[in-house]
Design a protein around this ligand. Structure first.
Ligand code: 13P
Length: 333
């Protein structure tokens, strides 16, 4: 058993309380590589922001759970080396799909887990989440559960159609499961193709997607005052990165994300965790494609991974400062 506290990690409880009270959201960035980890830590230290580093089942399959846990341990030490004496870093399992997987992560240094039973019938979702909560809370590990279904494909999670969260279910669900935070479905979705062009309106040459269902979010907030709400599928899919990818040999068509103003608005509400993965993938791929196209003789991975890391760091800082507002929000610097 590896306890996350021995690795210098923290759970989400205190940071969520402060985020709701302060009207901002904590960034939850997915990672599978050392360069993503370094970029996340550099951005969090530079902006003095708490941060959630999250790992999906696909990331564990790709990079190995033990290696990722040690990267998170390294992240804490690296943050201190960069001058942050009291970093607040969460190692979170994204979209855990079974009790066994959540238990394995809790037993191996994760400070937070998500149990995603959102595709199960309501009572089964409750039973599964409750079982994970009962186990996790023995070790002071926090648990995110999900109600409502997001469309889109992300690693091994996919759903063809979304179903908005039903506000009338949230009190019963959160009380009976005992979960610490609740991921809801209000129109976001996973991946870089969140909307079809037909679903969007053309405004000044830009395709603007339909707005998120803020009415549902506000109803949920009323039913669960002060309860931490999570938004998945919150990449904005910057056109600049998509254009760079396409300019240098890529082929990404009709990639559309969530406008940042909407995420800014959500951050001011009970939404206190915003998940971003695709934007990091785009930033990394755009920088690598550009570098290799401009330097066809380079073959040392450090030559193209360095600009990729820089580009991701720039994107993370932008999200923290200009979208989520979690800069300067460490309890102690
Ligand atoms: P994006 O694909 O919008 O980055 O969403 C990531 C996510 O929600 C991870 O759980």
């Amino acid at each position: 058993m590896v306890n996350y506290k021995d690795l210098g990690l923290v759970n989400t409880r205190e940071m969520f309380k402060r985020a709701i009270a302060g009207g901002y959201a904590i960034p939850a960035f997915n990672f599978n590589t050392m360069e993503q980890m370094q970029a996340i830590v550099m951005a969090a230290v530079e902006t003095k922001s708490p941060v959630i580093m999250q790992v999906s089942k696909g990331a564990r399959n790709y990079a190995n759970g033990t290696i990722l846990r040690n990267l998170a341990k390294g992240a804490v030490e690296y943050a201190k080396e960069l001058g942050c004496e009291h970093p607040e870093i969460v190692l979170h399992l994204d979209h855990g799909d079974s009790f066994e997987l959540c238990k394995e992560c809790i037993d191996n240094g994760f400070s937070s887990v998500m149990i995603d039973g959102s595709s199960l019938p309501y009572e089964e979702n409750i039973a599964l989440a409750k079982k994970v909560v009962e186990y996790a809370h023995q070790f002071d590990v926090t648990v995110e559960a999900e109600l409502g279904v997001l469309a889109g494909v992300e690693d091994e999670v996919s759903a063809a159609e979304s179903h908005y969260t039903k506000p009338e279910e949230v009190i019963d669900f959160s009380t009976r499961t005992g979960c610490d935070s609740l991921a809801i479905s209000i129109g976001t979705s996973h991946g870089a193709h969140k909307f079809t062009p037909e679903q969007c309106t053309l405004v000044n040459g830009v395709l603007v997607p339909p707005p998120l269902a803020f009415d549902i979010l506000h109803e949920i907030e009323k039913k669960l005052p002060g309860f931490p709400i999570v938004l998945h599928g919150s990449s904005s899919v910057p056109m600049e990165e998509v254009n760079t990818i396409n300019k240098y040999g890529g082929h990404l068509e009709a990639a559309i994300g969530i406008p940042e103003e909407q995420l800014r608005e959500a951050s001011k509400s009970a939404v206190c965790k915003i998940n971003i993965d695709s934007d990091s993938r785009l930033a990394m791929t755009a920088a690598i494609r550009k570098h290799l196209a401009e330097h066809p003789g380079d073959f040392d991975p450090r030559q193209y991974l360095k600009p990729a890391r820089e580009n991701m760091k720039k994107m993370y800082i932008h999200k923290i400062v200009n979208v989520l507002g979690s800069d300067g929000k460490l309890a102690q610097c």
